[in-house]
Design a protein around this ligand. Structure first.
Ligand SMILES: [Zn+2]
Length: 412
C-alpha cells in the first residue's frame, strides 16, 4: 500500500516495521510490530531484556497526513530487565506514557511559535492542553540539551507580567554570536537573580565579561556580589528613559499649575519635549521654538536634558566623567526636583555608567529591550497563561533559541 511506502521513506523506526495501514472512522491508523528477532529495550535503562508478554494495543497520535488524523498503533511489550525488574519497553516515537508521538509534539510546537496556542489547537483539531503539553515537552528537551558554554555578555531586565502579578526578571545572553533568553524568575528580587547565577554555575559565571542592567538596587547588589570580575554596565537606554520620565513629570506639573492661572502655553507640548529634535514634525518644531523663548521651568529642564546627550558622544571615560560631574552640579543648582533626582542617581552610579564607555559602547541593553518587546508580545498573545510555569515555557519557546530533536524528515 502507498501509505506504507511513503511512511517507510520518511519516518522509519529502527527495530520496528509497519505491518499495515487501516482506515478507522475517518482516521488513519498505521500498525506497527517489532522487527523479527529484535529484543525490547528497558524504558528505564535502555538495555535489552527478555520479553514476557504484550500489553493491549495503544494509539499514539502522529502528524496528520493529508489533513486526516493519523495514529501509530502498537501493542507495547513488557520487558523483564535484569537491573530494573519488569517494565514496559522503550519506544522510539514516544516518551513515557504520552499519547502523542514526539514528531507530532514537535510539529505542534513548531506552529505554536507562529500562532497562538489556541489557534494551533483549532487549526489542527487538537486541544489547548495538547498544544501546551507539546510545547512544554519541546522546551524541556531544549533546556536539557542547550549549550551554555561561551557566554560572555548578559543583560538583566524586568518586564511587567500583569498589573496584578507584578514583575518578571529576565536574563538574556547578548553576545553578538548568540542572543537568547537564559533565565526567567518571578518578581524582581535578589532571590530571582541569584537563581540565575546558581543555574549558570561557578565556572561559567567567572567567564562573564559584561553584564548590562538597569539601576534596580537588587540587581546591582547581586551582580556586584556574584560576578565582581565582569564589567557592570548601566546603559544609555534606561538613563535616557528615566530622564524623559522626569522631564514629563516637570511638564505635567507645570502645565497643571499655570493652567489654573489661565495660561496654557504647554498645551499639546508633550512630544515637543520628549522626541529628539530631529524627529519633530514641522508644527512641533515651531511650537518648540516658541516655547524655548519663554522662561518656563519645563524649558529649563528640557535644555538640561538635551545637554546630557553630549555625554554619550564621548569615547574617553575620563572626559566623560568630568562632563557628567559638571552636568550634575548644574542640575543640582536648578531647583527642579525631578531632574535633581536623576542627577543624584547618576552620581551614585557614576562608575557603572562610565563602564558603558569602557565597554567601548559595544553592549547596550538596546538588545535587551528588543527581547523585552518580543516577550511582551508573547505574553499578550497568551490568553491561557494563568500560571507562572506556563508563561515561563512560552517565553523560553519563543526567545530561548533552544535546540530541538532531529528527525530524518521534517513534517513542517
Ligand atoms: Zn532496565
Amino acid at each position: 500500500m502507498l501509505v506504507k511506502t511513503v511512511f517507510n521513506r520518511l519516518g522509519k523506526f529502527k527495530c520496528f516495521v509497519i505491518c499495515g495501514v487501516r482506515w478507522a472512522k475517518d482516521e488513519l491508523e498505521i500498525l506497527l510490530r517489532p522487527r523479527q528477532g529484535s529484543a525490547p529495550l528497558c524504558r528505564r535503562c535502555g538495555v535489552a531484556g527478555s520479553c514476557y508478554d504484550r500489553q493491549s494495543e495503544r494509539r499514539f497520535e502522529f502528524v496528520p497526513l493529508w489533513g486526516v488524523k493519523t495514529f501509530l498503533v502498537y501493542a507495547p511489550r513488557r520487558v523483564d530487565c535484569v537491573a530494573c525488574g519488569p517494565t514496559v519497553e522503550k519506544l522510539p516515537w514516544s516518551e513515557g506514557r504520552r499519547r502523542m508521538t514526539i514528531t507530532y509534539q514537535c510539529f505542534l510546537a513548531h506552529w505554536a511559535k507562529k500562532l497562538s496556542w489556541r489557534e494551533v489547537a483549532n487549526e489542527f483539531r487538537s486541544t489547548w492542553q495538547s498544544v501546551f503539553r507539546s510545547v512544554a515537552w519541546v522546551v524541556e528537551y531544549g533546556l536539557i540539551h542547550r549549550d551554555l558554554s561561551g557566554i560572555t555578555a548578559v543583560g538583566v531586565d524586568e518586564i511587567q507580567w500583569s498589573t496584578k502579578k507584578g514583575f518578571l526578571t529576565m536574563v538574556y545572553q547578548i553576545d553578538t554570536h548568540s542572543r537568547r533568553l537564559l533565565w526567567v524568575a518571578r518578581g524582581r528580587t535578589v532571590r530571582g537573580l541569584l537563581g540565575f547565577f546558581r543555574m549558570l554555575g561557578k565556572h561559567r559565571t567567572a567567564a562573564l565579561q559584561f553584564i548590562c542592567s538597569d539601576m534596580w538596587r537588587a540587581y546591582i547588589r547581586v551582580i556586584a556580589k556574584k560576578a565582581p570580575q565582569a564589567l557592570h554596565i548601566l546603559d544609555r537606554f534606561h538613563i535616557v528613559s528615566n530622564l524623559n520620565k522626569a522631564l514629563d513629570e516637570v511638564r505635567a506639573k507645570e502645565a497643571r499649575k499655570i493652567s489654573h492661572e489661565g495660561y496654557e502655553p504647554l498645551k499639546r507640548s508633550r512630544w515637543c519635549f520628549l522626541k529628539r529634535p530631529e524627529n519633530l514634525t514641522p508644527m512641533q518644531g515651531i511650537k518648540l521654538r516658541e516655547l524655548l523663548q519663554t522662561n518656563l521651568k519645563t524649558v529649563r529642564a528640557y535644555l538640561l536634558a538635551q545637554q546630557l546627550r553630549y555625554f554619550w558622544e564621548y569615547s574617553h571615560p575620563g572626559w566623560a566623567g568630568k562632563f557628567l560631574d559638571n552636568w550634575c552640579t548644574l542640575v543640582m543648582r536648578s531647583r527642579i526636583e525631578p531632574i535633581k533626582k536623576i542627577a543624584r542617581q547618576l552620581r551614585r552610579h557614576r562608575e557603572l555608567i562610565l563602564n558603558w564607555l569602557r565597554a567601548k559602547k559595544l553592549f547596550s541593553s538596546g538588545v535587551v529591550e528588543g527581547f523585552n518587546n518580543k516577550a511582551k508580545i508573547t505574553l499578550k498573545k497568551a490568553y491561557g497563561f494563568r500560571t507562572f510555569s506556563a508563561m515561563e515555557i512560552a517565553l523560553f519557546h519563543q526567545l530561548g533559541a533552544l535546540p530541538e530533536p532531529k528527525f530524518t524528515h521534517s513534517y513542517w
